[in-house]
Every structure is written in C-alpha cells, then in structure tokens.
Design a protein around this ligand. Structure first.
Ligand SMILES: NC(=O)c1ccc[n+]([C@@H]2O[C@H](COP(=O)([O-])OP(=O)(O)OC[C@H]3O[C@@H](n4cnc5c(N)ncnc54)[C@H](O)[C@@H]3O)[C@@H](O)[C@H]2O)c1
Length: 451
C-alpha cells in the first residue's frame, strides 16, 4: 500500500465510522467504477509514479522541484531541446536523492522516443502551447497518463484529439490549472458547495497580466515562442487561469455545460506602440500584432449561467484574474482585494465585507491541510503549484479520478479558438462542442476534496 492508499484506507474507516461523507474525488471514483469504460477514469492504484518530463524551462523546473518533494514520485526521464536545462533537472533529482533521470536531448521530436522507450506512468509537459497536444497524444498512445500545462490545446481539433485519445487509451489527460488551487478560489468553491452564495448564476474572470516584456526578451524563455501567438491571432488566447475556478463553481461538465460564446477585441495599439520602443534591428521593432489589447468573451451555459472572461496581456496595468462569483444570496470577488457581500450578513448595502472572517469560516480543507503539511513556505505561486501536483499524484497513487479531467482540459481550452472565430466574424455567437457527448448531464459535481 502506498502512502496515499494507506491514508485513504484509514480515512475511509474513520469517516465511515463517524458517518461523514468522503472527499469528492473518492465519490467520483465510486461512481465511475460502475461506468466501466467511461471517464472519469479510475485507474489501478500505483505504488509509485514514474515520470518523464518534457520541457524544463521556467514552469517545467518549478514543477520538477515540486514533484520531487512529493512522496511516491520518481523522475525517470527528462526531455528538452536545450541540454543544459535537462542537466539542471537531472541535478535537482539527484539532490533530492533520486537516481539521475535519463536525458532526451536529440531535438524537437525526442519526446516521442521518451514516450516509446521509457517505462513510465506519467508524461508531463510544460512546453510551448502548440506542443501540448502532440506530447499528450504520444504519451497516451504509448500507455502513459498525460499531464499538461495550460492551455491544453490551442485549437478545437486539438481538444477533440485529447478527448478521443484519452477515451480510446483509457488514460488520464489532465490539464494542470494551478489557479483552481489558489487560496481564495478554493474558499469560494467551498462557500459554493456549502450553499453560502445560493444558486450561482454569474461569474467574471480573466487573465490580465502585462507581458509586453516578453517581446523585449525575445531570445529567451517564453519570449522565444509566446509573442508569435499575439502576432498571428486575435481572441482570448489564455483563458483557463480565471475560467477554471469559475467553471468548477458552476459544475461545468458535471451538471452544466458551456453552451455558446460571443467575443470582442479592442484595437491593437499597446503592443504595437511598445514594439516601436525596441532598439532598431530588434526582431520585433516595428512588428505588427494582430491581438487586440483587451478581449472580452461572454459565455452562456446550458443552465443559464453567464461568465465574462477577459484577456489583456499587452497593456500597462497591475496583474488580475478578475475573479467574481455571484449567486442568489451574494457574491465574492478577488482583485485588487478579495471581498464578500452576503445578503442578511453584510451590514452595509453599499460596502463589501473584508475577506478575513470568511477565510476563518470557509477556508477550504484542502488549503488548510496542505499548509499544515508544507507550511507557508511558498512552493510556486504561493503554494498552488505544489497543490496541483500533489492532487494529481494522489489521484494516481490512490486510483481515484483527478480533480480536473480531459473534458475540463478541452472545454476550458476551447475558448481560445472559439473566441478567435467570434472576433473574426463581428462577435457572432459560436457554439461549444459537447466534449462529454451528453454525459455532463449525469456526471456528479466535484465534492469538497481534502489533502
Ligand atoms: N500555470 C502557470 O502559472 C504558468 C506560468 C507560466 C507558464 N505556464 C505555461 O507553462 C508552459 C511553459 O511555459 P514556460 O514559461 O515554462 O516557458 P519556457 O519557454 O520557459 O519553457 C518551455 C520549455 O520547453 C522547451 N521546449 C521547446 N520545444 C521543445 C520540444 N520540441 N521538446 C522538448 N522541449 C521543448 C524549451 O526549451 C523550454 O525549456 C506554457 O504552456 C505556459 O503557458 C503556466
């Protein structure tokens, strides 16, 4: 019995004895076992998770660092087109007391050899966006689970390929959306589950982050590949950080479903102005960018929820994910500061309550449990990067369904191409594909998961 199965076994005993409900992931799985060949998939519990990691740049290295601190993880292989980055990851593994992982540095398609030749349980990718689908497909088609950074795919075709391959191979394909595990987002989900906000019907979210500097540093990191998307494309290119947590509050794919979307972009001026400031001869000096500076997309769900998803990565402004979740009893918002207003509890009709008393009352047990385990030390983006990996590894070691599955990866990522299509056609509404093929109607909502 690995550490997680042992703990879950004990926990089940205690909870059953006390008459308490089990965490959502376990409930999901019990249901899934009767579905046999359908997702969410419960796989055989693993004794350990042998990982091959593809793409160890900025985010990949954060993940490697976190994964190496989770019991039951073995980093067996590392792939990158830059050999020095692989060496850095190998050293991290050795420092953590593990054998040196095998290096795969024979060029841009060497991830295929990693998937074909290595005996692995999970292939994890933190490569540029356009590589996420090819790496995940190579992993699943070679009998490995797949995990990817966000967005899982930049086209609808890519989303469908992930879904179809996960179903065909019966492998997990998890998009790691770390923002679902941030403290306030988790608290909001907990409040929603406890009915404090009533019936949720409205959400706001987005990714508002001044990334103009990437163009300046076009010879390294994300600067090497990400600006190309803004040069060619115009829509909501990075939707999942804000949308993931809101979609979970609304039970998207588990009782509700994205129905259609309309999207509009402003003119493209800030990035183009910024490019003019670059020194003459710089690759992006005088570059024209297609991406409108601000894109707003509106999503309507089948049950009638409305979600505003923003995208703004090229204007001078402070960071925000513009989170707001509103229900029939009140609302919570985050950015610039988290605030709450609940009918019957908030004293002033025109003033929000501070977050602190609500955090005391509704702190998510997952957040609380992880803080007790690792402290406030901060393992990437205030610990949410650690929690996402912890939850993924826990699912594989216990054979339970992950919190986010391939249908979430597809639906949340589909906003990229759908918004581009809408923008290109004077904000015409576009329908979401039903990646679950009707199963969203019967799938059970995520419960309150624990550490
Ligand atoms: N969740 C978050 O908070 C967060 C934050 C930053 C980045 N990201 C995501 O992480 C991913 C990676 O971003 P990053 O900032 O680490 O970028 P990065 O450019 O620093 O890292 C990408 C790595 O992939 C490698 N690579 C490129 N082509 C490859 C190939 N064919 N085979 C193997 N390796 C290859 C690069 O050499 C580089 O090391 C992106 O999807 C990005 O959106 C997420």
């Amino acid at each position: 019995m690995n550490i997680f199965t042992r703990r879950d076994f004990l926990q089940q005993g205690v909870q059953a004895g006390a008459g308490l409900a089990l965490g959502g992931a376990l409930l999901n799985c019990a249901a899934a076992e009767t579905l046999q060949d359908e997702l969410p998939l419960c796989t055989k519990p693993l004794e350990k998770v042998r990982i091959g990691f593809v793409g160890v740049g900025h985010m990949g290295t954060v993940h490697v660092h976190n994964l190496l601190q989770i019991e039951g993880v073995e980093l067996r292989a590392v792939c990158d087109i830059v050999p020095e980055k692989v060496t850095r990851a190998q050293k991290l593994a050795e420092k953590a007391g593990q054998p040196k992982p095998k290096a795969f540095t024979r060029g841009p398609e060497d991830y295929k050899r990693l998937c074909q030749e290595e005996d692995l349980d999970l292939v994890y990718t933190a490569t540029p966006w356009e590589l996420h689908v090819p790496v995940c497909l190579a992993a699943m088609n070679n009998g490995k689970h797949a995990a990817t950074e966000v967005p899982a795919a930049v086209t609808l075709e890519g989303c469908w390929k992930l879904v179809e391959t996960a179903e065909k191979t019966k492998k997990h394909c998890v998009m790691l959306e770390n923002c679902c595990y941030d403290r306030v987002e988790l608290m909001i989900l907990n409040m929603v589950r406890k009915g404090v906000l009533g019936t949720v019907f409205y959400g706001e979210c987005g990714y508002l982050h001044d990334l103009r500097y990437q163009v300046k540093h076009s010879d390294r990191g994300e600067g090497l590949w990400r600006p190309q998307h803004s040069i060619r494309r115009n829509g909501n290119l990075y939707p999942t950080h804000g949308l993931g947590p809101v979609a979970q509050c609304m039970n998207v794919n588990r009782g509700d479903q994205f129905d259609f979307l309309v999207s509009m972009s402003s003119m493209s001026i800030c990035m183009n102005e910024y490019a003019k400031r670059l020194p003459p001869g710089h690759q992006y000096a005088n570059q024209k960018f297609a991406q409108g500076d601000v894109n707003d997309s509106l999503i309507r769900t089948k049950n009638g929820c409305l979600i505003l998803v923003g995208h703004d990565t090229s204007t001078p402004r402070p960071y925000s994910r513009r989170i707001e979740v509103q229900g029939t009893k009140g609302l919570v918002r985050k950015y610039p500061d988290p605030l709450v207003w609940i009918e019957g509890r908030s004293k002033n009709h025109n003033q929000y309550d501070p977050i602190e008393p609500y955090l005391k009352e509704y702190e998510h047990p997952l957040w609380k449990g992880i803080q007790e385990k690792i402290g406030e030390s901060g393992r990437g983006h205030g610990n949410m990067d650690y929690i996402e990996n912890y939850r993924l590894i826990r699912a594989l070691l216990t054979g339970t369904a992950p919190d986010m599955d391939v249908y979430d990866a597809a639906a949340w990522s589909a906003v990229s191409e759908l918004s581009e299509r809408s923008v290109a056609h004077r904000s015409r509404s576009v329908d979401f594909p039903d990646f679950t093929r009707g199963r969203w109607k019967t799938r059970k909502p995520l419960g309150i998961v624990t550490a």
